[in-house]
Design a protein around this ligand. Structure first.
Ligand SMILES: CC(C)(COP(=O)(O)OP(=O)(O)OC[C@H]1O[C@@H](n2cnc3c(N)ncnc32)[C@H](O)[C@@H]1OP(=O)(O)O)[C@@H](O)C(=O)NCCC(=O)NCCS
Length: 346
């Protein structure tokens, strides 16, 4: 087997650890590292560091299941990176910068060089992985930035039972990864996919304001909650909100009503275990009161569907739903045009 290589991008150099790195490595460990690895600073002793270096050397010579590099920059050792085999073709990355070496872009550079090496074919001097991944606690925002700046796409959040992670307090990890076939982030397609993986998403709900000629509003009593609500539902991934609301009303009530113009955008803050959401209320038009006779209720979701006066809406709906309905009606009375409220408004 070839010797462990030395790799560089011109600013940082990744090279095998040497015995004379021990003192700098021990001195470089501080509270920041101890915090995220769940290992008290005083546990990183000269003797343990010596053993760790011997272990990495052995592992490289043996089967390369763990390959660690010292990061050198500005003429000194500034940290370390490691890739450990987690399954066939899968390597897990980790990174550390020592005390006083942070905030200069050195970790991102080192991780990029490491990823390149890990995903390069064995025949071309790499480790031949098809996937490299990292798990980072959601609160470790500096490390999340290192991961995404290095081209790892965010895949999701893995929950863990407290007490089974790196730290006693760990309850989840963000999983980020790069595949050998992912387009480089220097290409627009690769860059967009990377950004798309970690930019926030918001849930969208579409609802329809259906009225009769007396100004009453069609509301539904749902099977899974006690109060009443406008017909509609959650917009699917990639679905148009305006079409979603027509689909939901068809599924819930068997009514074919196309959603008209948008009347109201209502932002719903996080509530009782639900993430925040945007509720879009579309105009469902004015109809004869016997519309309700054509309703075929979807038994799984809808217990009742009736036209209700504003007073009945206030009695039957949650306060924020009643406010939303009144805001939408007020907007309609004022001549329509999109309006924006939060928690129902008014
Ligand atoms: C995670 C850790 C390595 C990040 O170190 P870092 O120096 O912040 O990371 P980078 O090398 O990517 O540097 C980026 C920072 O340098 C700044 N910077 C300064 N000059 C720069 C340059 N020339 N190029 C790029 N960035 C530069 C950037 O603006 C950025 O700061 P910002 O995030 O406030 O915008 C470090 O905090 C650490 O060792 N933490 C403890 C161990 C740990 O948590 N490991 C991860 C376990 S999975």
């Amino acid at each position: 087997m070839t010797d462990q290589p030395t790799l560089t991008d011109g600013v940082v150099t990744l090279r095998p650890f040497r015995d004379d790195d021990v003192d700098a490595a021990v001195a470089g460990h501080d509270e920041e590292i101890a915090h995220w690895f769940g290992r008290p600073v005083d546990e990183v002793t000269t003797e343990r560091m010596r053993q760790a270096i011997a272990g990495w050397r052995e592992s490289y010579a043996d089967d390369r299941s763990r390959v660690a590099f010292a990061i050198e920059a500005e003429g000194a050792i500034v940290g370390s990176v490691e890739v450990a085999r987690r399954g066939p073709g899968v390597g897990e990355l980790s990174w550390v910068l020592y005390r006083g070496r942070r905030g200069r872009g050195l970790a991102t550079r080192a991780v990029r060089v490491l990823i390149d090496y890990a995903l390069t074919d064995v025949g071309q001097g790499g480790l031949g992985y098809s996937r490299v991944e990292a798990k980072v606690e959601p609160e470790n925002t500096t490390s999340l930035r290192v991961a995404t700046r290095s081209g790892l796409r965010r895949e999701g959040v893995r929950r863990i039972e407290p007490g089974t992670g790196d730290r006693a307090e760990t309850t989840s990890y963000v999983v980020l990864a790069r595949l050998v076939s992912d387009p480089p982030t220097s290409e627009p397609e690769g860059f967009r996919a990377l950004l798309n993986s970690f930019l926030p998403r918001k849930r969208a709900i579409g609802q329809l304001l259906i009225r009769d000629h007396d100004g009453r509003v069609l509301i539904c009593r749902l099977t899974y909650k006690n109060d009443w609500d406008l017909p509609g539902g959650v917009v699917e991934v990639g679905e148009s909100p305006q079409l979603a609301v027509g689909r939901e009303v068809q599924e819930e009530l068997a009514l074919e009503i196309d959603a008209g113009p948008l009347l109201l955008t209502d932002w719903l803050p996080p509530w009782s275990g639900w993430d925040d959401a945007v509720c879009l209320v579309f105009d469902g038009g004015e109809h004869d009161a016997d519309l309700t006779e054509r309703i075929v209720k979807q038994a799984r979701e809808i217990r009742a569907a009736e036209f209700a006066t504003v007073e009945q809406v206030r009695e039957r709906c949650a306060d924020f739903t009643a406010r939303r309905i009144e805001s939408a009606l007020a907007n309609l009375a004022a001549g329509g045009g999109p309006a924006y409220v939060e928690s129902g408004g008014r």
